[in-house]
Design a protein around this ligand. Structure first.
Ligand code: NAP
Ligand code: GCO
Length: 266
């Protein structure tokens, strides 16, 4: 008989990077609903305050800390402080990320590096900071937030696609290196989700008609809609819980079917 409590994560400490709003906040609220204590970081105090207010409004007691995920020393110090104030992290969700939409020939190497730094080096740095605690505990879950761009390319997102493709492989490598220590590292690949990150792709045209990219995505998605941050909640709980203990190195695409679909016939 299956016990549905396998999806519970009571008493676990879950850290969500960039968890002040958007997809990160939504996944963190789901983890809290499943029983976890929530820790999150963001890049500045203003965002952490905004996150604290959002968690409070949702009735969740969260611990927020300022930390740039690209700064290895700051990340190590933040994880140590969290260990002293809250405890050892059981679940890490590498959610913090940025996108820069620019044709490749107009993107400088410096801009490319910046995106790689936040979207790929950041998850490496944060995973490296929490892994010793997980090894000590003999268990751990790392969930890397990947993308459609872990599998597909498109004009203007060369750095983002390179980083998210790399993050897919970092996920498989963490699984390979730490699976024997009872640590599972999986990815979630969200489809096109309505958040501030994608707002420019959904802006109405001056005549009030939908943005062409908005119509393009709806046509390219079998579910015929944009995703919502809440669509990532069930998958996050599954990958954070004991229900997924034999799932490792997997990328779970939550995309309304985009990757399965060739597109509408003409
Ligand atoms: P978002 O609205 O841009 O939120 C990302 C969060 O990460 C923000 O709070 C951001 O702060 C923070 N952050 C950025 N750089 C950071 C750094 N160096 N250190 C710490 N925090 C940092 O993005 P979202 O749409 O919720 O997306 C969350 C994740 O899902 C990202 O990894 C994104 O690539 C991925 N994703 C999004 C979609 C989508 O359609 N929205 C689809 C697939 C994957 P700022 O506000 O200062 O930037
Ligand atoms: C873009 C988008 C994306 C998505 C997402 C898709 O410009 O194509 O912003 O890349 O946000 O990551 O999964």
């Amino acid at each position: 008989m299956f016990d549905v409590n396998a999806f519970r994560i009571d008493g676990k400490i879950a850290m969500v990077t960039g968890g002040s709003y958007g997809i990160g906040l939504s996944m963190a609220l789901a983890l809290a609903g499943a029983g976890a204590k929530i820790v999150f970081n963001d890049i500045n105090q203003e965002l952490v305050d905004r996150g604290m207010a959002a968690y409070k409004e949702a009735g969740v007691t969260a611990y927020g800390i300022v930390c740039d995920v690209t700064d290895e020393a700051a990340a190590a110090a933040a994880i140590q402080k969290i260990r002293n104030d809250v405890g050892i992290i059981d679940i890490l969700v590498n959610n913090a990320g940025v996108i820069m939409r620019k044709p490749m020939l107009e993107m400088s190497a410096e801009e490319f590096r910046k995106v790689i730094d936040i979207d790929l080096n950041g998850p490496f740095i944060m995973a490296k900071a929490v892994l010793p605690g997980m090894l000590e505990k003999g268990a751990g879950k790392i969930i890397n937030i990947c993308s459609m761009m872990s599998e597909l390319g498109r004009e203007t997102v060369s750095a983002y696609a390179a980083a998210k493709g790399g993050l897919k492989m970092l996920t498989k490598n963490i699984c390979s290196e730490f699976g024997s220590a009872n640590i599972q590292c999986n990815g979630i690949g969200p489809g096109y989700i309505a958040t501030p990150q994608t707002a420019p792709l959904r802006e109405k045209q001056p005549d009030g008609s939908p943005h062409p990219f908005d119509s393009f995505i709806i046509a390219k998605t079998p579910a015929q809609r944009w995703g919502k941050p809440e669509d990532l909640q069930g998958p996050a709980v599954f990958l954070a819980s004991g229900a997924s203990d034999f799932v490792n190195g997997h990328i779970l695409y939550v995309d309304g079917g985009i990757l399965a679909y060739i597109g509408k016939q003409p």
